[in-house]
Design a protein around this ligand. Structure first.
Ligand code: SAH
Ligand code: DHB
Ligand code: MG
Length: 226
């Protein structure tokens, strides 16, 4: 099967249509992206529309404890923290100390820094420490760091979950690079392909993968722990 070309203009127009209609203007988030770019961070935060969906999912789940893997400049962190009650807590894991500095500033400006704990280091190591320390389970998890680590992160996250925990994964379609007919998947595509297969058939999960439109097609999974 050959991968068919897509009309990228149409994808972008549909994404923009949804964004204009459903995503309220937000100064803190707009400034977040401006400062992240000025600091040299890559422009790979979730899109406003995807962020809106994550905010709603977190709020609907009633999550009091959220775990995020991959902070970048704190864009998705801000949206998830806003879904928390005042007594809630969000732990976000980030490898790069420089990214964490930008995120901290952005979270302060957004008024959510009291709810957020940024832990700097390799997420796999931090998660191992959290499991060993018997850290309280999380109600809602967003996996969005290095794609080759996703399978390992899922296995660790399951040890920090309870029945009902919601787990999201980002960048799971990669413009078709996960499809069986794709000629040369890179290491990231191989990583998320394995993640997709794992969450699709895992005995402790019920899952779905949603397409996400930007100027390309990507995807985000939603899983619920049984
Ligand atoms: N969730 C963010 C985007 C995260 S981008 C948002 O939507 O706003 C991915 C981040 O994961 C980058 O900041 C990168 O530095 C971080 N990362 C990469 N490898 C990592 C690792 N092994 N452990 C922790 N973070 C890692
Ligand atoms: C890219 C996008 C992401 O959302 C991410 O987490 C990592 C990389 C990208 O488009 O390269
Ligand atoms: Mg991502």
């Amino acid at each position: 099967m050959a991968i068919q070309p897509v009309n990228e203009d149409l994808l972008e127009q549909v994404d923009q249509y949804i964004e204009k209609l459903f995503v309220p203007p937000d100064e803190a988030l707009e400034q977040n992206l401006i400062d992240a770019e000025a600091a040299g961070l890559p422009a790979i935060a979730v899109s406003p529309g995807q962020g809106r969906m994550m905010y709603l999912l977190a709020k609907m789940s009633g999550a009091k404890r959220i775990l995020e893997i991959g902070t970048l400049g704190g864009y998705s962190t801000t949206l998830l923290a806003r879904a928390l009650p005042k007594t809630g807590k969000l732990v976000t894991l980030e490898l790069s100390p420089a990214h964490a500095v930008v995120a901290r500033k952005n979270l302060e400006r957004a008024g959510v820094s009291d709810l957020v704990d940024i832990r700097v280091g390799r997420a796999g190591d931090t998660l191992t420490k959290m499991i060993e320390a018997g850290e309280e389970p999380f109600d809602f998890v967003f996996i969005d760091a290095d794609k080759t680590g996703y399978v390992g992160y899922l296995n660790q996250v399951l040890q920090l979950s309870h029945p009902g925990t919601v787990i999201l994964g980002d960048n799971l379609v990669r413009h078709g690079a996960v499809l069986p007919g794709f000629a040369s998947p890179d290491a990231d595509a191989v990583g998320v392909k394995a993640f997709n297969e794992l969450i699709a058939s895992h005995p402790r999960l019920e899952s779905i993968l949603l397409p996400i439109l930007k100027n390309k097609v990507d995807g985000m999974s939603i899983s619920r722990v049984k």
